[in-house]
Ligand binder design. Sequence first.
Ligand SMILES: [Zn+2]
Length: 303
Amino acid sequence: MRVGLRIDVDTFRGTRIGVPALCRVLQKHKVQATFFFSVGPDNMGRHLWRLIRPRFLWKMLRTNAAGLYGWDILLCGAFWPGPRIGERLRDVIRATAADHEAGLHAWDHQFWQAHIDDMTAEDIHAAVRRGYDALAGIIGRTPDAHASPSWKCNDLVLAATAGFPFRYGSDCRGRSVFGPILNGQPSSRLQVPVTLPTYDELVGPGGIPLAGYNDHMLGLIEKQKTAVLCIHAEVEGISRLQMFSDFLSKAAAKGLELVPLGRLLEDRADSPSCRIAPQEIPGREGWVAVQQDHDKRPGSKES
Ligand SMILES: [Zn+2]
């Protein structure tokens, strides 16, 4: 069975430390993945301001965010403009794109995450344009795909990204490869949704114990027809690197083949058409875009 492997890179620190470390681990295990890069300013530390919100404080404590991400991530861009990741770390991004699929995650991850509900079609198009041009310039080719920060995707995002030559989108959570319905019409730009929970959604008091994490994930994967895993350069690439390496060993022993998301598009011409809608999911603050039940139109088939 194939399992899509997606690596989100949200921050300067994740790009500088997490990405090269993950590349070495992937090379050792002979695995290719899809990296989604953030290429503009790293303002992720602005999340610190959200500490005043009790639910976010609870999550920070529950997941030991400072230990997990490092204080430099939490402070980055909080009080001054953050460093432009693509300018400072272009060699890391270019070297990674030579061996793996490379997609656009964000120009400014924090801005998109915080303001998507107020962004106009023009704002969204401008953000994607800026990120696309920067990433294409760094890697010297067309980025493979688009992945909305924090799965915050709506119809304006689908419409904006349709104007760029991405091969597919990975903008939502879901259960199978599908064509998103936009303005009543199924889009030919397929979505490869993340089907599994992320580390920060699962761990912490009352959650999955760290020692059983990999087995828990492998158990979830075995129950899915289509499985797409999303890890973070900031987590599995730094403090949980050994755990992720162990995961790859265990996955290989079970006969699972981890692949870039684009490989899941093969033989998917008959994918179902589905709407996306905002929903809350366990362990995550705010809404994410989720694949809805597929339309019962002739010829559409659940995969
Ligand atoms: Zn992200």
